[in-house]
Structure formats: C-alpha cells, structure tokens
Design a binder for this molecule. Structure first.
Ligand code: MN
Length: 575
C-alpha cells in the first residue's frame, strides 16, 4: 500500500482540493513520525496507516477521518504527543486520534468481564462513531497481517476480534466487514474446526459454484423477457465462520444448509427486487417458509434484501438474494454509508437537506433509532451529525486499570469507588490516585476512558470524609463498616482493665474444661473466674470473665476457643 493509491481514490471520488491537501499533509507528517519503524512483517510502518486510510476513504468518510487514520498510531509509537497533533491539525482530528489511542488500552482476555459490557464500553469511550470506524478498520488490517505476530498474541487478538470487533461491526450494519473479521480470526481461535471446515466444504463450494454458473444465464434471460432491468448477478459464498456457526445448529450436516453459496441479484429499484423475486419463483419452485422480506422488515442492524430459497434443476436448493445498489452498499458499509452525506452537505446544502430527510424517513434503521433515542427531532444537518455521536450510556462510565481491565461505574464515581470495585483491601488502604498518569485527589470525578491507578499504603485507614463523596453503595458500605469497627476498637482500648465475659456453649466431655483453660493460659489471659451454667443439661455454658487488652486479643482468643472439640458457640459481652 502506498500513497499513490490514496491519491487515486481521492481523485476518483472527486474530493475537493482542501480534502486532498489535508490528506497529503497528514501523510507527510505520519511518514516523518514513523520513519525507520517497521511492522512485524518487515514492511515500513507507514504501510499500516496507509492501508487504514484507504479503507476509510473507500467508506466515503470525511477528510478529517482519513487524516486521523493516517495519524492514528503516531502518538502510540513515536515521540509526538496529542498536543503536537492538536497544534498541527486542530481539535477535531486530535479528538479522533486520541479516541483511537484510548481504545487501544482496552484488553479482552475472554474470561474476566462479559464481552457485552466491553462492547458497550468500547462505544461509550469512543464518543464519536468515526472513532469506532477507525478502530474497526485498524483492526481489519492488523488481522490481515496477524501471521507475523507470536502465537500467544495471535490468539488473544483473534479472540478479541471474534468476540468484540466483529459483533460491533455487525451491529453497526457493516456485515461484510464483520464477516471478514470473523474469517480472519477463525483459524487462530478454532484451528482444528477451521481445518475440518475447509477440508469438508472445498468440493461442495466448487460444485455449487459450477451449478450456479448454469443458473445465471437462465435467470438473466428470463429477467430480460420480463423487462426487469438488473445491474448485476453474482454468486456469493457464505463467510466460513458464519457457515461454521450455522453448522453447529444443524448437527454439522452440510446437506441441511441451502445458502452456502447464494446468487445475488442487484437491481435499480425496490419494485424491480419484487419483480425479480416473482421471476425466480416462476422458474423454480420456492421452498416453503424460506421467503424472507428484509426490505419490508429489515434486520435490527438495518440489513435489507429479499431472500428466497428455491429447488433448482435436480431438486437442489439454492438461495437467491435481491437488493438495490443502495442496499448493497449499506450492507457493505453500514453506519459509515451515512457519513458520506457530509460531502453532499459541503457541495450543496439543499441537496444535503434532502438526503438528510430521506435518511430520517428510513425508520427501519433500528440502530440509528438506538443512537438517537436520547435525542429529540433535530432542526439542521449539523445536529444530525452531532446525533451520530454515541451517547447511550448516560448514567454509566467505563474506566480502565493500567492493564486494560474494564470497570463500569455510575456517573460521578471517584477513585475511591473504583478502588473498592477492584478490591476491598485496595479501597481500605488507598492514599491517592493517578488518573491518566497524573496524581489526583481521591474525590476526583472520573470520566469515560480514564486509566486509573490507586496508590495504597499498608495500615492506612479510610477517612470519614470519603462518605461525603463516594457514589457506589459498595464503597459506602465498606467505608462505614470499617470506620465502625475502628471506633469500637478505640472504645475497647479506652476501657483499660475492665472485664469481658465470654460465653461458650459446649457439648460436655471429659477434659473439655482443661482444654479451655489451657487455651486461655497460652493466650496469657489473666482469668478472673470460670463458671459453668448447667441449666440446660445437654448444652451447658462455660462463662469466663477476664480483662482483654485489645479487641484483637479478644478476637484471637475466641477463634482459638472455637477450635476446641465440643465448643459449639462462643459469644462475648462487655461488662
Ligand atoms: Mn494501528
């Protein structure tokens, strides 16, 4: 990948001069910053930002996002800081680059936290949908070059791709990207299953491909006769991982799966899609229950197409998919498809407004609905763009440990809340916090994506001031119960030599009393009196009166007494 490829796409897309200039400038900057650095493959590092930028360009995203794609690894791997980017390229691009860098901190190990909360956090931290798109495309290129990494890393990155990145792409409507990510991860995460699938389906794919080649001219001819103008008919193989998941549901029986390869028909209008469906059904008998109208009822991620499965020649089941060019592009680019409208806006505000209204009428985009649920109707295009910023987790924030573990906390949480969430001991012994590398006070209000490190000190105690600012119930409870314990201890110490009474409920046996007095002697307790209450014959109570120097002494003695055979219960009373 080199910069000429980027230039060619810019020209082909008719981008304004200012876009081209910005992209050139970002490329020069990145090239200088990464000078001398190599990818694990041995290629110059700049090939990676270039590959990311070209894919971003192909999604028709705005020039700021393309520039950010070129600059996205500059702050991670070189001496250049985000402030340098801000000075050189302005706030918008700096925010995009910073967002990608933040998302790099997230680590998924497949066990500790649910993938779902990680996906949510991913979106919440990103704040701007363009950052998510940058990260997804960045990951795609990293997956394409994964073979050059050591095996442990391959496995971790592939699993993260399968559990986090692919489902996110899918939900954002980018089904092609999602399928590509899954297929790239598949051999690393399930190597044996992958080998099996390739071996088993190789013949089948080839067979089907040849079979479909015979159906294509038949359909084309019939569409022409019916005067339905089609733009393209092509065979399309199911992604491997998606086939594997389907096989798991169908007893690994390939014969039960009809859409291993489907014939896809691209048509100019929705009416033509339904027209073509009729033609397909006229030619071949449809399989009952297999007609799926995702145009009238799109999938939750916005996917639209007409699907049907028919019995082709020799009674072989074949799937057909009818869609318009627009639906096709949306299936490829999902949410990104809507950002290309920002270009229309620059070119012609009226035209943009029209496109915008058309878009708003597409109620079927359930995910857009999700994205703007919190928002009322918007008046102007700027607000519409604003609305694509993700903001659905209004009342939660997600923060990270320096190792990238994720903690999800209520808004307004402080380092103390975080500390107790990690571990009670860390909360109890916290003395300060570093947030994003800077020392902060313990009452600091955490923000999405903050990397938090707690400074602890052995024997440190929580302060009652903490109760004024902690947000989580867990932290509040832990602090107040510990403070209560401390105050009781103090009260205990103040009592000096006063007596405490221990009551032991026992199951009497020979030698029990001797064992009890032995424990007391070993603990160096100066026993004042030992009596036995035998009111309940089967459960006598031994009553010991003695002074204890501290609460700790008392607790230790009680624990020791409980270990004696025959002692069922120990309680105490301050006299
Ligand atoms: Mn990267």
């Amino acid at each position: 990948m080199n910069v000429n490829a980027i230039r060619e796409i810019l020209i082909k897309q008719n981008r304004p001069q200012e876009d081209c200039a910005l992209v050139e400038r970002a490329h020069k900057f990145a090239e200088r910053a990464h000078k001398g650095q190599k990818r694990k493959s041995g290629e110059p590092y700049i090939t990676h930002p270039l590959a990311t930028a070209s894919r971003i360009l192909e999604m028709h995203l705005d020039a700021a996002t393309v520039a950010a794609a070129l600059l996205h690894d500059v702050c991670e791997d070189t001496e250049i800081s985000i402030e340098d980017i801000r000075k050189e390229f302005g706030e918008e691009i700096a925010v995009l680059v910073e967002g990608v860098t933040k998302l790099d901190k997230i680590r998924y190990k497949g066990t500790e936290r649910s993938a779902e909360s990680l996906r949510k956090m991913f979106l919440a931290i990103a704040e701007d949908i363009r950052i998510v798109l940058l990260k997804l495309v960045d990951r795609l290129h990293n997956m394409e070059t994964l073979e050059h990494l050591p095996p442990e890393k391959q496995k971790r990155i592939a699993l993260e791709t399968l559990d986090i990145y692919a489902p996110l792409s899918y939900r954002l409507g980018m089904t092609e990207l999602s399928g590509d990510l899954e297929d790239l991860a598949f051999p690393y995460v399930y190597p044996q299953e992958y080998d099996w699938l390739i071996r088993t389906t190789k013949e089948q794919y080839k067979n089907l491909d040849e079979y479909l080649k015979t159906l294509k001219p038949r359909l084309a001819e019939e569409l022409q006769r019916e005067e339905i103008p089609f733009q393209d008919i092509h065979a399309r193989a199911k992604h491997y991982y998606s086939l594997y998941k389907k096989l798991l549901k169908y007893d690994m029986d390939l014969a039960k799966i009809a859409d291993i390869v489907a014939l896809r028909v691209i048509l100019p209008s929705i009416e033509d899609c339904y027209g073509a469906l009729g033609v397909v059904h006229k030619l071949w008998r449809p399989m009952p229950g297999k007609i799926k109208d995702y145009i009238a009822l799109p999938k939750p991620n916005g996917y639209r197409s007409l699907h049907t499965t028919v019995f082709g020649p020799d009674e072989r089941p074949v799937e057909f998919q009818m869609r318009t060019r627009e639906m096709h592009e949306e299936a490829e680019n999902g949410i990104a498809a809507h950002w290309s409208y920002s270009e229309l806006k620059r070119a012609n505000t009226k035209e943009y407004a029209k496109a915008n209204t058309a878009l708003m009428n597409k109620k079927q985009y359930a995910w857009i609905g999700q994205l703007r649920e919190w928002q009322k109707e918007f008046e102007n295009p700027d607000e519409f763009l604003e609305s694509l910023k993700i903001d659905f987790f209004k009342n939660r924030i997600f923060v990270l440990t320096p190792k990238g573990d994720v903690f999800d906390l209520p808004e307004g949480s402080t380092p103390v809340d975080f500390a107790y969430n990690v571990h009670t001991t860390i909360g109890n012994t916290a003395t300060g916090a570093r947030v994003n590398g800077k020392m902060t006070s313990l009452d600091y209000q955490l923000k999405n994506g903050d990397v938090v490190e707690i400074v602890t000190q052995k024997n440190k105690k929580p302060s009652s001031d903490w109760l004024k600012f902690v947000k989580t119930g867990h932290a509040r409870k832990s602090v107040s119960s510990l403070l209560k314990k401390f105050s009781e201890e103090k009260a205990f110490e103040k009592r000096g030599g006063e007596l405490t009474e221990l009551r032991l409920t026992v199951q009497d046996r020979i030698g029990l009393l001797r064992d009890v007095t032995n424990v007391l002697a070993k603990q160096k307790i100066n026993v004042k009196s030992v009596t036995t209450d035998t009111k309940h014959r089967s459960w006598p109570v031994i009553i010991i009166q003695a002074p204890f120097k501290s609460r700790k002494d008392l607790e230790q003695t009680m624990v020791k007494l409980k270990t004696i055979k025959g002692v069922e219960e120990v309680s105490y009373k301050l006299l």
